[in-house]
Each structure stands twice: as structure tokens, then as C-alpha cells.
Design a protein around this ligand. Structure first.
Ligand SMILES: [Mg+2]
Ligand SMILES: [Zn+2]
Length: 241
């Protein structure tokens, strides 16, 4: 049985947030105040739609956005980790579940030639329209009360695992690698053999630490990481077990 690796994208695979990084394409590298202030909690995709509309109206072209996005640094040790996974694809299935968008993730994976490492990418679908505007839609609809309207990562994960089961694919365990607040929901759904891998010092790590102080039980084990190289050592240990 293979191990299923679930990756977040922003601040996990890449060492920044693609949605805030893209602002450097704006005139003076900042958004007008009224646009900045237009964000409503839980409606990030709509907000990014307005940001992309603004960039398009300011004459920022696809090429320029692609150059900006593909210049984002990978998180320390991530290139090593993805190369390790490519060499061990017989033992690991890998998916990305991200609140970024399909265009940004495609650009990054293509530029670094890592498309083949991932079996599936679940994110907000995006595309350039006929006027050269980047448009983005919600990833899916769901009924989870803890997550933003456009994406509940545990709903995506459960759905994926279910579909794989129907195809006869069972996983020995799930390893979840992430950093953010929207990784809390899927991590609390992990079971006994699974491993939650929060990035050290980031929101997911701080939230899990608080939960354990409050004696809120987690079924999965928790392994903190700062570099992809540490993730490699833990995966080596898991596949030896
Ligand atoms: Mg993240
Ligand atoms: Zn949720």
C-alpha cells in the first residue's frame, strides 16, 4: 500500500504566498487602499478576482505575472523533497490542495519541471479570458462551517480518498504537509496511522500546539518540520516501518 502525501502550496512548497506576491506586479507594488479594504472574511477568491481585474486594467500582462510567480523561492529543502518523491513514486501518491489558483500552481510546477511528481492538484480554477484578464472561480461548494466558502480542504481530501477507494486504491497512511489556518480542518480529520506535518512556527503549528495544551485529542501523530530535508528523513523512516 502506498502513502498519500497531501501538500499545501503557499508557504509550504513555495516560501511565500502567491496571492500577496503577485501584488509586486501592481504600479508601485501596492494595491489602492479601497481595493485592499474590500476583502471580506471568507471571500478570498472574490477578493483575488478584484485584484486580478485591477492588474489587468493597469495593463499588467500574463507574461509579467508569470515571471513574478515563477520567481518565488521554494521553501528550504523542498526541491530535494520533490526529487526524492520522484525517485520513489512507487511508494507515494502526491496531491496538492491549495487556496491559490490553478494558473499560478501550473506555472510554478512547469517552470521547475515538477508536474510529474503530483497525481492531482485541487485548487481554485483560473484562466485568462479573451481580454487577458485572469479570472478565478471557487474550488468547490461544501458545507463545512470552519472553512472559507470556496474551499474546505478536508472535504476535498475525503472525496479524493473515497474516489481512490472506489478504484481499489487504499493508502497505508496519509501524511499532510502544510502551514496555514486552512490546513487545520483537514489535519483534525486525520486518523491514527496518519501524520500531520506542520511547518515550524507557522499558524498550523501554533494551532496544533494550542489544541494539545487544551487537551483536545488528535488521532494522528504530529511531526514538525522547517526544511523539506527533515520531511525526507521522516518519510524514509515511514517506508522502512
Ligand atoms: Mg499555506
Ligand atoms: Zn473544513
Amino acid at each position: 500500500m502506498k502513502v498519500l502525501l497531501v501538500f499545501d502550496f503557499d508557504n509550504t512548497i513555495i516560501d511565500d504566498n502567491s496571492d500577496t506576491w503577485i501584488v509586486q506586479c501592481a504600479p508601485n507594488k501596492e494595491l489602492p487602499m479601497e481595493l485592499q479594504d474590500s476583502y471580506q472574511k471568507g471571500f478570498w477568491t472574490e477578493f483575488m478576482g478584484r485584484v486580478f481585474k485591477y492588474l489587468g486594467d493597469e495593463g499588467v500582462k500574463e507574461d509579467e505575472m508569470r515571471r513574478a510567480v515563477t520567481s518565488m523561492p521554494f521553501t528550504s529543502g523542498m526541491i530535494e523533497l520533490l526529487n526524492f518523491l520522484r525517485m520513489n513514486k512507487d511508494k507515494f501518491d502526491c496531491i496538492i490542495i491549495s487556496d491559490s489558483n490553478s494558473v499560478f500552481i501550473d506555472w510554478v510546477l512547469e517552470a521547475a519541471d515538477f508536474h510529474d511528481v503530483f497525481d492531482n492538484v485541487f485548487t481554485n480554477p483560473a484562466a485568462f479570458d479573451n481580454n487577458g484578464l485572469l479570472t478565478v472561480k471557487n474550488c468547490h461548494a461544501h458545507s463545512c462551517n470552519s472553512c472559507p466558502k470556496n474551499l474546505c480542504k478536508s472535504a476535498v481530501l475525503l472525496d479524493f480518498v473515497d474516489k481512490q477507494l472506489q478504484k481499489g486504491v487504499r493508502y497505508a497512511r496519509i501524511v499532510y504537509i502544510g502551514d496555514g489556518g486552512n490546513d487545520v480542518c483537514p489535519v483534525t480529520f486525520l486518523r491514527k496511522n496518519d501524520v500531520a506535518m506542520p511547518r515550524k512556527g507557522y499558524t498550523l503549528h501554533r494551532t496544533l500546539a494550542k489544541m494539545s495544551q487544551n487537551f483536545e485529542p488528535m488521532e494522528s501523530s504530529v511531526v514538525v518540520w522547517s526544511s523539506g530535508v527533515e520531511i525526507i528523513s521522516h518519510l524514509r523512516f515511514l517506508i522502512k516501518e
